[in-house]
Design a protein around this ligand. Structure first.
Ligand code: ZN
Length: 564
């Protein structure tokens, strides 16, 4: 069956609820662990079916936003998502009350109990109106960003369109486009500040109503973090500051020399070489052919996976009229199928889709038979290990995609991975300040951002740009508005992926075995346990960043980048 033939049927939510509740009552009154397990299976299948239909509607709508049928179905899914969460909460309450905990632990492990507990802490009927207000504010942020109409280069452009000018080889273009980009945020700063201020206050109120001191612990719980707290994260950020920031500074100096510039300004950030960044040497069809050959060569498991994806048309890669922007990977539980969505644009980002998003897809394909739908995906910081590491497992094949640009690509890929980390922890430290001080004014938040930025990126020079000097760079970072405390995840995963990069170069077989074992476990255990499963060093343990960085430095320092 191909993706286009996957049958969609709008779920009958009343029928779903009543059927689910029958199983839930049977679960509660069951007189054996076996009977409870049978009910868990039945409830899981019902939930998975509804979730799959919601996702299918969402994907088909994203592929063609002009399709009136899936537009309506997607709206139906948005509206009815909370019903799914509601029945889930009732099930979690019953699960935590089970008389057969010992037997269920034996089958499912401890993690589902921890997930149930943490999930119940994040919700009560009392906060529902506040959560709806929070969602509304998040949409206001998205709308405000999407409203950008910037007059530039004789055209009217939106923010993503501006970003391609900001990567120009011509410095004057980089500078003027960056100034125009930031002028949009300067013109709308009061509105961005209002939205964020209201978001912070409503989140604080939700946290207090749920019995938390402030939003920090609730934010962690909402991300299903069951195995570490703000304390471990603070220690991790300190490792970045102490052991990584100086090297990133050195990389910046190298880049300035390589680009032959008097100084590196904020608008020079996205260009790595005067001759231009590495680009793939062929069209989409060429890249898909190369990806197919690559995954067949990499391992039997990846070979089977890519055939499954291609035979069923589970990749929608080309940008086209009416298609939504961005890229993502989803898992359609009822069809045991991953799905990859992207908008190819001819840059090295296209290859990243075939490695990064395919890493996510490969993981869910490997974990598709876990015992609970909660266990298919792990938490975000673990999920990004699979995707970011796959980018590195793909290195031996990158010459097939980039030809003469391959060394450029590798240097840039590895340097970018390291250079991203200080920014990632800046975003995180800022959010801890914000939610620990919900009474702070927008001006105090801006000042704090600039202070933290100077700590982690002392080399950043805003060339007198007013809004950036003032400390408002963060307003462009959607995660800060929409998913609080989700961002450090990318950095934690990157530290793990860099370890896989090194291992795959010294002992490919062991590295691959570790990676495959990790993928198969899905989300059966939390992040730090998955790190153990994969034989990786835990990023929270002091010294991990320093040790991870050693081989990366050795590689980057060995490259004659002046001649790339
Ligand atoms: Zn990802």
């Amino acid at each position: 069956m191909k993706f286009k033939d996957y049958p969609y049927k709008r779920p009958d939510m009343d029928a779903f609820k009543s059927e689910f509740n029958q199983h839930l009552e049977a679960f509660k009154s069951a007189d054996s662990a076996e009977a409870q397990i049978a009910e868990i299976k039945a409830m899981d299948a019902l939930k998975t079916n509804v979730a799959t239909m919601f996702q299918l509607a969402g994907i088909r709508y994203s592929i063609n936003t002009n399709d009136a049928f899936y537009d309506a179905e997607n709206a139906f899914a948005d509206e009815n998502g909370p019903i799914l969460e509601g029945v889930q909460s009732n099930y979690y309450r019953a699960l935590l009350d089970t008389k057969f905990k010992a037997e269920l632990l034996e089958v499912y492990g401890e993690h589902i109990f921890n997930l149930a507990e943490v999930s119940l802490k994040t919700f009560s009927d009392e906060v529902l109106p506040l959560m709806q207000r929070e969602n509304k504010l998040s949409s206001e942020y998205r709308k405000l960003r999407a409203s950008a109409k910037i007059n530039y280069d004789g055209k009217v452009l939106n923010l993503p369109q501006m970003e391609s000018y900001m990567q120009s080889k011509d410095r004057a273009v980089r500078q003027s486009s960056a100034e125009a980009f930031w002028q949009f945020f300067a013109d709308n700063l009061d509105e961005f500040d209002r939205i964020y201020d209201e978001l912070v206050k409503v989140r604080h109120e939700i946290a207090q109503k749920l019995g938390f001191k402030n939003f920090v612990e609730l934010g962690y719980a909402k991300l299903n973090r069951t195995d570490y707290t703000a304390k471990e994260v603070a220690g991790y950020r300190e490792q970045v500051r102490r052991d990584l920031v100086p090297y990133v500074r050195a990389l910046g100096e190298r880049k300035q020399k390589r680009l032959g510039l008097d100084k590196l300004y904020y608008y020079d950030g996205s260009i790595s070489f005067n001759s231009g960044n590495a680009t793939p040497k062929g069209d989409a069809e060429f890249m898909v052919e190369r990806a197919k050959a690559m995954y067949h060569d990499m391992s039997p498991e990846t070979g089977e996976f890519i055939d499954f994806m291609l035979e069923r048309d589970l990749l929608d890669l080309l940008a086209k009229e009416g298609k939504a922007g961005g890229g993502f990977c989803e898992f359609l539980g009822s069809f045991a199928s991953p799905f990859i969505f992207a908008n190819f644009n001819g840059t090295s980002g296209d290859v990243d889709v075939l490695t990064h998003e395919a890493g996510h897809a490969f993981q869910v394909y490997q974990s598709r038979n876990v015992k609970l739908s909660e266990y298919v995906w792990p938490t975000f910081e673990a999920a990004e290990i699979h995707s970011m590491s796959m980018e590195f497992f793909a290195w031996p094949y990158m010459a097939d995609f980039f030809k003469e640009d391959v060394e450029k690509y590798k240097f840039m890929h590895l340097a970018d991975a390291v250079e991203f980390l200080p920014y990632g922890v800046t975003v995180d430290e800022f959010q801890h300040f914000v939610y620990e001080h919900p009474e702070a004014t927008p001006a105090e938040r801006h000042a704090k951002w600039r202070e933290i930025e100077k700590k982690y990126s002392p080399e950043k020079d805003y060339d007198g740009n007013e809004i950036l000097e003032k400390g408002a760079f963060w307003v462009k970072q959607g995660h800060i508005f929409e998913v609080p405390f989700y961002y450090i995840d990318y950095t934690l995963a990157q530290i793990c992926a860099l370890q896989f990069w090194h291992k795959s170069r010294v002992d490919k077989q062991t590295a691959w075995a570790d990676y495959l074992r990790l993928c198969k476990r899905g989300g059966e255990v939390p992040f730090t346990s998955l790190v153990d499963v994969a034989n990786l060093n835990n990023p929270f343990i002091d010294g991990t960043i320093k040790a991870t960085l050693e081989p990366v430095k050795a590689y980057l320092d060995s490259v004659d980048d002046m001649n790339l």
